[in-house]
Write a protein that binds this ligand. Structure first.
Ligand code: ADP
Length: 284
């Protein structure tokens, strides 16, 4: 199968600093791939290179079968992009924002009207179509961004921190929309986040980024199997020590065998534990 997104030995250097360092990665059609990492890891820079907004210093990037450096226009026609900074025009109405984007992509008038209706309906913004964007909540603006990114029928959607700053309920609603798009339309997606629950809930595969490098990748199952599915936490003064075990059962057995269990507990391992294990730091 030809990968939907492929990066080979990609570097990005800003002011003599390598912010993306030898990144190689392939995302298959229909996959939701999550890039997880703390602030400054290089996730946004990676998305900017994949979406033709920044040029890699070195390496090859192919998106939807096109080379991002030599075939940027073709890449842009195949992708939808939802960036961190809200990039919808606040003084235009919801409909006008969609209309403007549709014209930019030369979608014929009749089809444009139908598609705007369809996508506003999909993200449940039909009743706000005539309202100015500045009157919308943060979650609604994000849904409008998604609807707009889908208007020209992209095959791959890039989402940079799609739920950052949103309350848990709004976040969950966006997750349902993202998951639905993948299920209903088979849309390939790459999203970045520093919320481990987001990747645990949404992503088929996960790449963990730190300091410009991809330090681990695989399915959640694979990562947990590799690093250990069970954890024993031991309180040491004001901090916790973590011991990994192949299974939660093995962690429980270890705990049972301890003569003094004070300040100790077991639980299933999560992505944050794996990140801490790999880097010695927390995700945020
Ligand atoms: P993340 O999305 O994981 O938080 P970024 O890709 O935004 O990380 O940033 C990675 C590093 O690159 C940071 O140290 C950031 O300051 C730096 N950086 C990002 N964009 C630029 C730029 N346009 N010029 C200089 N440095 C940049």
């Amino acid at each position: 199968m030809v990968a939907a997104v492929s990066l080979q030995n990609v570097h990005k250097v800003y002011n003599n600093t390598c912010v993306v360092n030898d990144l190689s990665l392939a995302i298959q059609p229909g996959e939701i791939f999550g890039l997880l990492g703390p602030n400054g890891a290089g996730k946004s820079t990676t998305i900017r290179m994949l979406t033709t907004l920044a040029q890699q210093t070195q390496g090859d990037i192919v998106v939807a079968g096109y080379d991002v450096s030599r075939q940027a226009a073709q890449v842009r026609s195949q992708i939808g992009v939802v960036l961190q900074q809200i990039s919808v025009d606040a003084d235009m109405t919801v409909w006008e924002n969609m209309e403007f984007h549709g014209r930019m992509h030369h979608i014929p008038a009749g089809q444009r009207k139908n598609d705007i209706r369809r996508w506003l309906d999909y993200v449940e913004l039909t009743d706000r179509a005539q309202d100015k964007v500045k009157t919308l909540s943060g979650g609604m603006k994000r849904r409008l961004q998604i609807a707009r990114a889908l208007l020209h029928q992209p095959s791959i959607l890039f989402l940079d921190e799609p739920t950052v700053g949103l309350d848990p309920q709004t976040r969950r609603r966006l997750w349902e929309i993202i998951k639905g798009l993948n299920k209903d339309q088979g849309m390939t997606m790459l999203l970045t986040t520093h919320y481990m629950e987001e990747v645990e809930y949404l992503c088929d595969r996960i790449g963990i980024m730190d300091q410009g490098q991809l330090i681990e990748s695989g399915t959640l199952q694979e990562l947990r199997a590799k690093h250990g599915e069970g954890i024993v936490m031991k309180q040491k003064g004001d901090r916790w020590e973590y011991l990994f075990f192949p299974t939660l059962e093995a962690a429980n057995q270890y705990l049972d065998g301890q003569p003094d269990k004070t300040g100790m507990m077991t639980r299933p391992a999560n992505l944050e534990d794996i990140f801490v294990e790999l880097t010695g730091r927390n995700l945020d």
